[in-house]
Design a protein around this ligand. Structure first.
Ligand code: 26W
Length: 840
């Protein structure tokens, strides 16, 4: 240790941050006064939230440092999760839970006259994602920290996250989500690791001082990438991993032309373009619209993250990359960060002088790609002209990768020009495009789908040619969710009941829940189980009444569909069933009726017309049903506005029935389905995505199955005549009549013609009519099952008991065993593990 280091040590030699409620009170008070400058008379609750958040953050800091130290010291293999989306939600409750401080925090706040649940509500969701893919990334980093895997998340620090949704006259309205307003306690700016990112310009060939011919990217417009780090605590284990999000900033180089012309203000204003890159998350989750700014975002993330990893590598190993691929792996979350493949090549060759073969060997052994969708319209393609204008040097490299790849193909399949055309990374046509999925496949050693069916369909369909060429690259990794957030945190009553019976090992070993099976015959346990569900339903009812003005009786069955609004997810089918129930009530067909409260929530992409019409239909149907005195408690329906992570934390624990009703073969996996199952809801669903595995785990008697299978879906298409199906089914006909006669659009006849028209259309890709009858029948089965309280209780318990497979702890162990090969690392100093008396 140098003299200077010895002195510096005194800076970091701060007193220990204690973990009793008294210590916490002190911490909260100190931050309230000294960090936030607040007076005791202030009534702004948000400052109280911030003071607590700072106090909790203090208790993560040393572990964070110790974790980094341990990773550096061990110098083992590391993984980087590259994702344009991290849908983190709120951080406070999760940090408190993972630090084992729940009880002490409640006590501390109580001493200060505050209520934890109220304070928690002050935090804004970090909504830096659209839906499943973004939330999966968030669950992954939680599980990696809990498993003590050295994994860093890399993403973009969007100034505006997923838009906030409100409903006006039944229609979705979008409001900007300026989530950083009021500050973000959890992030730490690390401007010392700022990176410089190139755009535009051109490639230049030159001879270096050793006379070698080399390429460099010149005349570029550069943008700075400034990292902000967020701590990701593991569960009571002293590990705190890092989520590093990049913010764009202008360089300090003024536009010299404008500056010299005396337009100082103008030249400063032109910095805007650079700062726009990290301004807003694109709210599309299934169709790519080819916008330039989006490609800028993708390259910005890829380049900044790879440079950051290489910076750390060179710091430790110098410019010797022989071990690089043995010690680093990048997991690409869909094709969004796939330009990384070419960027890693570029930097290794242009900046570090590696040969093509050396660089390619490293790249191909470091990149792994996860696909999240089968929808062809979601497959990213960028026009070559846009690419060449924005990233000329990167495009050179993509062309070279493709050229060499096509040579391999030509050797393997001589004369098969058609195959070369099909598999080329560059799609020919009027306009040439770069096929990002193919770039990802060619550049990666591992390609995975996110549920067994999805992975099977990928190799049979979309990627069949590539599977034939490289079968060994393809694998499945079924998704999961973290039980820390989706059970331990969001469902306190049920967690307490479970832990009182089988202990709390399930929090890190979800398979332990299987022990619950032994308790299904215990009537007393079943009653207590129901009481928890009821308490959760009461909590949701309160919220529904507040935000929708509709009373949900906790006696009714809570029937819930929350997810992005998309035709393939078939919210239309759900609403047809609701209208059918309404029709039955109006006809007096209500013998043995099961009261239902239907909740539908989710955001539509702002440019997705049909999805927005579906929201309008749901709202109009709700308006009629909820105000009809004949209906009363028999049926209630709401569209829950602004569905988001923190809303799901209240919704999932309260669900009786989980709607997973996509057209078979369209939903890659689904993860909401897992959250509901874990919280003891029954699923009504098709054989799609992870539904299949859910049904396998819980058993067919505990799952309401309906609908065509993937094979049947494909078989029926050529002869599909929905009008015949409708005409032959009296119930169906009446439902369509009710919509078409304007019963739900009294002042706007024909308003829903696009929806009914698409259901009646012989090439309706989502085959709504084909599944109508079996859906209605399965719903009837569910209604009858709900009436048998004991049966329902048993099924509910079994759903939770068999949800063990769907923990992201299992998913991450699978990734690690079969793709990453990381060794878990414990931080040396375990000061951050809560003292025993606090975690018992
Ligand atoms: C803008 C282009 C685009 C295209 C696709 C943006 C985002 C996407 C994602 C692939 C959409 C998405 O979130 N997919 C979901 O990923 C989940 C996690 O694997 C799966 O559970 C869902 O089934 C899948 O729809």
């Amino acid at each position: 240790m140098t003299e200077q280091e010895a002195r510096m040590r005194r800076i970091t030699d701060v007193p220990c941050v204690g973990k009793t409620s008294a210590d916490l009170v002190q911490g909260i008070q100190r931050h309230y006064l000294r960090t936030l400058g607040q007076h005791t008379s202030s009534h702004v609750k948000n400052y109280k939230y911030q003071a607590l958040a700072f106090a909790i953050r203090d208790r993560l800091m040393e572990c964070w440092k110790n974790t980094k130290d341990a990773y550096e010291e061990q110098d083992g293999k590391r993984a980087y999760y590259l994702s344009l989306e991290f849908l983190m939600g709120r951080a406070l409750g999760n940090a408190v839970l993972n630090l084992g401080l729940d009880e002490e925090v409640v006590k501390a706040l109580h001493d200060l006259g505050l209520d934890f649940e109220e304070i928690v509500e002050e935090e804004r969701d970090a909504g830096l994602g659209n839906g499943g893919l973004g939330r999966l990334a968030a669950c992954f980093v939680d599980s990696c920290a809990t498993l003590q895997l050295p994994v860093t998340g890399y993403g973009i620090r969007y100034e505006y996250g997923m838009f906030r949704q409100h409903i006006e006259n039944g229609y979705q309205m979008e409001d900007p989500d300026h989530w950083l307003r009021g500050g973000n306690v959890w992030e730490v700016e690390r401007s010392e690791y700022t990176q410089r990112i190139h755009f535009g310009g051109r490639s230049e060939y030159y001879h270096d001082d050793q006379g070698d011919l080399r390429v460099r990217w010149v005349d570029s417009n550069d943008v700075l990438a400034v990292p902000f780090d967020t701590p990701i605590p593991g569960y009571k284990n002293g590990t705190v991993n890092t989520l590093r999000l990049w913010k764009s900033a202008a360089t300090d180089e003024f536009d010299l032309g404008e500056f010299n012309a005396g337009d100082y203000a103008g030249s400063v204003a032109s910095k805007n373009e650079a700062e726009h890159i990290s301004m807003v998350l694109y709210p599309n989750d299934s169709s790519e619209n080819g916008k330039e700014l989006r490609l800028r975002q993708q390259y910005f993330l890829a380049s900044a993250s790879i440079k950051d990893v290489l910076r750390q590598w060179v710091n430790v190993h110098g410019e010797d990359f022989s071990e690089f691929s043995a010690k680093n792996v990048f997991q690409l979350n869909d094709t969004h960060p796939t330009v990384s493949v070419a960027e890693l090549m570029r930097i290794l060759m242009d900046d570090y002088r590696l040969t093509w073969d050396e660089a390619w060997d490293i790249t191909q052994h470091t990149m792994a790609y996860t696909n999240h969708t089968l929808l062809p319209e979601a497959l990213e393609r960028w026009s070559v002209s846009l690419f060449s204008r924005l990233l000329p040097r990167v495009l050179d490299i993509i062309y070279e990768i493709n050229g060499r790849f096509l040579t391999v193909l030509a050797q393997k399949y001589p004369g098969d020009v058609e195959r070369q055309r099909r598999m080329s990374i560059i799609e020919e046509g009027d306009v040439q495009h770069v096929r990002m999925a193919y770039l990802a496949i060619v550049g990666s050693f591992s390609i995975n789908g996110v549920a067994q069916l999805h992975s099977d369909l990928l190799v049979e369909g979309l990627f069949a040619d590539f599977y034939k060429l490289w079968p060994e690259k393809f694998n499945n990794k079924t998704n999961g969710v973290t039980q820390r957030r989706w059970m331990a945190w969001c469902n306190k009553p049920l967690s307490a009941l479970i832990s009182s019976e089988i202990g709390d090992d399930w929090i890190t070993q979800l398979n332990e829940l299987q022990q619950l099976e032994l308790l299904v015959d215990d009537a007393n346990f079943r009653e207590r189980w129901s009481a928890c569900k009821r308490q959760n339903k009461e909590r949701l009812s309160k919220v529904v009444e507040e935000v929708c003005g509709v009373r949900f009786s906790p006696d009714a069955m809570f029937d819930i569909q929350v997810k992005r609004i998309h035709e393939y997810k078939r919210q239309q089918l759900n609403i047809l069933h609701v209208i059918h129930l309404y029709d039955r009530i109006k006809r007096g067909d209500t013998a043995n009726w099961t009261n239902r409260c239907v909740l539908i929530g989710g955001k539509a992409a702002p440019g997705y017309y049909m999805a927005k019409q579906i929201i309008k239909l749901i709202n109009n149907v709700a308006e009629v049903i909820n105000n009809d005195p004949d209906v009363g408690d028999k049926l209630k329906i709401v569209f829950f506005p602004n569905y988001r992570v923190s809303a799901m934390e209240i919704i999932a624990p309260a669900a009786d029935l989980s709607e997973q009703i996509s057209t078979a073969g369209k939903e890659a996996s689904g993860t909401g389905n897992m959250k509901f199952m874990m919280n003891g809801a029954m699923t009504i669903g098709t054989l799609d995505g992870a539904n299949i595995e859910i049904r396998e785990e819980v058993g067919r008697d505990n799952f309401f199955l309906f609908g065509l299978t993937t094979d049947e879906v494909e078989a029926i298409r050529p002869n599909y005549v929905p009008n015949n199906i409708i005409a032959a089914d009296e119930d169906f006909k009446r439902v369509m009549d009710l919509i078409e006669c304007g019963h739900f659009s009294q002042f706007e006849p024909g308003l829903f013609a696009p929806i009914t028209g698409s259901i009646r259309c012989h090439d309706d890709p989502w085959l709504v009519a084909a599944d109508f009858r079996s859906y209605i029948d399965a719903q009837q089965e569910a209604a009858e099952a709900y009436q048998d309280k004991e049966r329902w209780q048993r099924m509910s318990i079994l759903n939770t008991a068999y949800s063990g497979k769907f923990s992201t702890d299992r998913t991450m162990e699978d990734y690690n065993r079969e793709i990453w090969h990381l060794t878990p690392i414990r931080p040396k100093d375990e000061t951050c593990v809560p003292p025993r008396h606090l975690c018992d």
